[in-house]
Ligand binder design. Structure first.
Ligand code: GLN
Length: 305
């Protein structure tokens, strides 16, 4: 039998001794305050077992990882009609690029770019009476932790400096793809990105995507199996922006990163794994997080390929 605890402990120990590269996300001032050397891992299996190492109990900022949950909330209600507002093609560009949006008539290439997630927030404002509450309730239900909260300081900090997102939403508004007030939609987007979560909560939250769209206790079904398969496909092709191909090649799992330094990845029918290490490479993905997952799927010989 595979000794998962040993494997994750060894990889964590090995990488902790190696030089750590990259920078923490400084364009959100509040995120620049985190300890750059934090490093935690939590592995949650579909059969209920779990394994952890390092700083897995410390909370960090979810950031773009939340885009998967926002998408799931919209997709479960709208189904395929959602794709009239946002595509499912990898963009091969950084997460906050303005360039192609103008040529694409304000329809973002995919829901995991900033523009795409902002459109999804706009959609959620029309679908849910209180989209913040819907998201919080979902994360709490999936993670089994009722204390998960938005981090107001992080959200405020991003609001003061989020010039690119302001540009993106205004461009989309001018092209007719934002229906609500731009400030309200952006506020919702920043609040959602600010959720504070630790590796255990994050791995447990994403287990539904390893379990055909429902929690492993069977209490909550967010997506049907076909929808869960599709969200995983979008994570595989678009979850790491212009590094998605590299992640598929080296790690071989559907996953999603955030500039808080978190990465979550799933192997359908088997596990969900969360890694947190705040130093980011030049694509905005956690340097150590990627290294860890590459080694993990190599050592366990478990990936979708
Ligand atoms: N809130 C961040 C932003 O909009 C999320 C980016 C990310 O995690 N890649 O820039």
């Amino acid at each position: 039998m595979t000794n998962y605890q040993n494997i994750i402990k060894q990889i964590h120990g090995h990488l902790s001794l190696q030089k750590n590269y990259g920078e923490v996300a400084e364009y959100i001032p509040e995120l620049a305050q985190v300890n750059a050397e934090k490093f935690g891992v939590y592995l949650a299996m579909v059969d209920g077992q779990s394994y952890c190492v390092g700083d897995w109990q410390d909370s960090f900022s979810m950031q773009s990882i939340v885009k998967v949950l926002l998408l799931s909330l919209a997709y479960t209600k709208l189904g395929g009609r959602l794709w009239q507002r946002v595509g499912v093609e990898p963009s091969g560009t950084p997460f906050n690029l303005l360039g192609i949006l103008e040529n694409d008539n304000g329809i973002p290439r995919n829901p995991f770019s900033n523009a795409g997630a902002i459109v999804v927030c706009d959609v959620l404002m029309d679908l849910y009476e209180d989209p913040r509450q819907a998201l919080l309730q979902l994360v709490r239900e999936l993670s089994g932790d009722n204390f998960i909260q938005f981090n107001k300081q992080v959200a405020e900090s991003e609001k003061t400096e989020g010039y690119r997102n302001v540009a993106l939403i205004n461009l989309m508004k001018s092209l007719g793809n934002i229906y609500n007030d731009v400030d309200e939609v952006l506020d919702l987007y920043f609040d959602c990105c600010s959720i504070a979560i630790n590796c255990e909560q994050l791995a447990k939250t994403f287990l539904f995507l390893a379990n055909h769209g429902q929690t492993i206790d069977g209490h909550t079904r967010l997506l049907n199996p076909s929808q869960a398969k599709r969200i995983n496909a979008i994570m595989l092709t678009c979850g790491f922006y212009d590094e998605a191909g590299d992640f598929a090649y080296k790690v071989g799992l559907p996953g999603k990163s955030g500039v808080g330094g978190g990465i979550v990845a799933v192997l359908p029918e088997k596990y969900s794994i969360a890694v947190w290490s705040p130093r980011l490479n030049d694509k905005g993905n956690s340097y150590r997080g990627l290294k860890f997952l590459e080694q993990f799927t190599t050592d366990t010989q478990l990936s979708i390929f």
